[in-house]
Design a protein around this ligand. Structure first.
Ligand SMILES: Cc1cc2nc3c(=O)[nH]c(=O)nc-3n(C[C@H](O)[C@H](O)[C@H](O)COP(=O)(O)OP(=O)(O)OC[C@H]3O[C@@H](n4cnc5c(N)ncnc54)[C@H](O)[C@@H]3O)c2cc1C
Length: 285
């Protein structure tokens, strides 16, 4: 017989994870669609009783987003402008009803290439906090999400938080999502940009694109091309001429590989312009 448990403390949850195999249930917005009408065969660890994991907190060195924090919680919490991309992504996850129950951590653990939260967290160098009864470890997002629906999560672990180093929570950011329609849509491509601007010049840039590779990727060539540029409309040219080697878009029902590649550059331009005083530009041909 399968087991169902709804612990009320993290220690209790970790003890259960150490003694048996479980599927973790958070908001259920990926969990239940994946289950469909199939009978349940795995034990279910419902983490919705872990009140302490639904929290956004600030320490000396980090912003800490508890694993049960919902997208609506992110939108409502006062955060530095570097999190504007994450807030914008939050508003794009499904509908308000989905945002009210779905967790940021669930989005990462589901490891969909089209997960809207990933690029916005990549541009602030987010790390994932993984706990078991025996240990706590931290992985950068790139070390946690290993591929399409694959993560580094071990059977006795759960994600307890996402943390963002304060040194990366500087500058301003923006997120642009392209779908086949405006609302309630899976991304064809999405881009997040975070820019640090000093004296009218881009001092630092972090750019990430999702849904154009198995795992969303930071674009090192675009970031390098932006650094040192004055904040003028020419920023768009820097993006358009920069090398982008990181993407390997697939063709599917939502778009061809060529379309995705072209669209990715266009939405990076828009995200970069939106993260600056230039506003959201549309400059690509
Ligand atoms: C109608 C609809 C529209 C959607 N639209 C979008 C969209 O536009 N963009 C988008 O990115 N997503 C979308 N989603 C997907 C989903 O809402 C998000 O990925 C959401 O953030 C998942 O969070 P959750 O709390 O519901 O996770 P759950 O469904 O509870 O869990 C998802 C997975 O993560 C695991 N998990 C959850 N929490 C933990 C944890 N703390 N530790 C370890 N494993 C854990 C679960 O075992 C499961 O495998 C949509 C879903 C629906 C149903």
């Amino acid at each position: 017989m399968i087991r169902y448990a709804k612990p009320t403390t993290v220690d209790e949850a970790l003890a259960l994870l150490g003694e048996d195999r479980w599927r973790i249930l958070a908001g259920g917005t990926d969990f239940y669609p994946a289950q469909g009408a199939k009978p349940f065969r795995d034990n279910i660890l419902d983490i919705n009783g872990l009140a302490g994991l639904r929290d956004i907190a600030e320490t000396d060195d980090y912003w800490r987003i508890g694993a049960r924090t919902t997208w609506t919680d992110v939108v409502r919490h006062k955060l530095p402008r570097a999190f504007d991309a994450l807030k914008a992504a939050a508003c794009e996850v499904g509908s308000v009803q989905i945002q009210n129950v779905a967790s940021v951590a669930g989005n990462l653990c589901n490891a969909s290439p089209a997960a809207d939260g990933v690029p916005a967290l990549q541009v602030v160098d987010a790390e994932v906090e993984l706990r078991s009864a025996k240990a706590t470890r931290y992985l950068p997002l790139g070390g946690f999400i290993l591929g399409n629906r694959r993560t580094a999560l071990q059977p006795d672990e759960m994600v307890t938080a996402i943390r963002v180093p304060k040194r990366s929570a500087v500058g301003s950011s923006a997120f642009v999502k392209l779908g086949a329609r405006r609302y309630l849509v899976i991304s064809i491509a999405m881009a997040a940009a975070r820019l640090v601007i000093e004296d009218g010049v881009v001092a630092d840039a972090a750019i990430a694109v999702g849904a154009c590779s198995a795992v969303a990727r930071r674009l090192a060539g675009v970031e390098a091309a932006l650094r040192g540029q004055p904040v003028t409309a020419a920023l768009a040219d820097a993006v358009l001429s920069a090398p982008i080697d990181e993407l390997s878009p697939i063709a599917d029902v939502r778009g061809s590989a060529e379309y995705r590649e072209h669209a990715a550059r266009e939405i990076v331009v828009r995200a970069v312009c939106a993260a600056t005083s230039l506003g959201e530009g549309k400059v690509a041909a």
